[in-house]
Design a protein around this ligand. Sequence first.
Ligand code: UN1
Length: 498
Amino acid sequence: MSELTSSTFCNYIGGRWLPSASGKTIENRNPAHTDDLIGRFPDSSADEAHQAIDAAARAFDAWRMTPAPKRAEILFRAAELLVARKEPFARDMTREMGKVLAETRGDVQEAIDMTYFLAAEGRRQYGQTVPSELRDKFAMSIRQPLGVCAIITPWNFPMAIPSWKMIPALVCGNSVVFKPSELTPLSAHNFVTVLEEAGVPAGVVNMVTGGPEIGERLTVDERVSVVSFTGSTAVGRLVNQNAAPHVKKVHLEMGGKNAIMVMDDAALDLALEGCLWGGFGTTGQRCTAASRVIVHERVHDRFVDAFVARAAALRVGDGLHPTTEMGPSIGQKQLEKVMSYVSIGQQEGATLACGGHRLTEGALAKGFFHEPTVFTDVKPEMRIAREEIFGPVVSIINVRSLDEAIRVTNDVAYGLSASIYTQDINRAFRAMRDVYTGIFYVNAPTIGAEVHLPFGGTKATGNGHREAGTAALDVFSDWKSVYVDFSGKLQRAQIDTV
Ligand code: UN1
């Protein structure tokens, strides 16, 4: 679609593109220029979510019976289409979400990688074949799909995260109802058009855009077997509660308060680059963002001087502009959250080393821009060191040892990602063992997970499931253990001895 026109978009239900039943729509505006109206998307009712569940329930059986390698062929075609459209999709995404073009290209690339990787599972989905304890008896485990999956996704990775959930759901033989964030429906629309064109049959994938009542409908409906949700811990809790009465399988991926530990033997220039990318990449709006940097006292002052200078010099602006290094916050609410944490940090007695203000000069006046912000003298008990801000704010904590660094890293409610910069392999391995997160990096920042390993976190970050990697298949399939007795007689396990 042209960048200069805007239009009215539809839901996708039962293989048909249907306008908002009530006529109500949600405006999708560019967070870098709020007068740029990208399009109007259905502000759907619970009724439309209900119809989408109907369609998905009807389509499930035929899709389940389609051989997995054939399902996968369709998904491979989807990956090819994503490759062909990477550039326009990335531009659409920067326009609706704000992150810089290099990063939205990366977002589409992550969807491409995930689609290729998991499509290949169409020919694997390995189970176990094991010897039976009895004669003339065969024992194995196979995966079976669960039915209708509700996919509820956030705005910060508008194509990658939907792909992490929908592609494994589909390759396992499930049907899907997809509710994207109301802030990034264009990327969701682009992703669904690709699945449609690739040949996913009508009803197997459905998309309903809108607000919380859609999410609520999807999580309480008894025909939905799985809910996969990425977003805030507060909403994740609601999802869990809604899904509990029907004992649905619920996969939750929620907040983070990730730390980079910079040791006194670290390659400091490397650590500096890593902390800038980890802290301010995606304007800090990643669950994996390095919002805490824990620095050994012996290098603290040197590191802080360099870090603050580089952070203050980051070029903030429209992500479509080639020289921009950091885009806007997604919207007014998010920007206000960032600003409120700046005042919280000041009230708590941390030192505002750079940033701290909204940017409104010239072309920035029409967007949700905020200065890259660094707090120093941060104590681990301060709220800015414990709560997820989801913005361009980094808190620096001074520590005396590796042990203290690990203690501080672990001493938060969340457990998504952490990292250490050190040249000492013993320290690296100790940290790798003792930091209790779902993802850990050595000499790299907390962001940058690849699609073929499990992604997720401990404690308040998640509920034990993982997406990405083959671990994703565990969310979207159930194990069935199968015993085939070809002895022709009753054999009693644990009772008859052979
Ligand atoms: C997120 O922050 O919500 O590891 C997802 C990363 C990206 C995905 C982040 N590959 O930072």
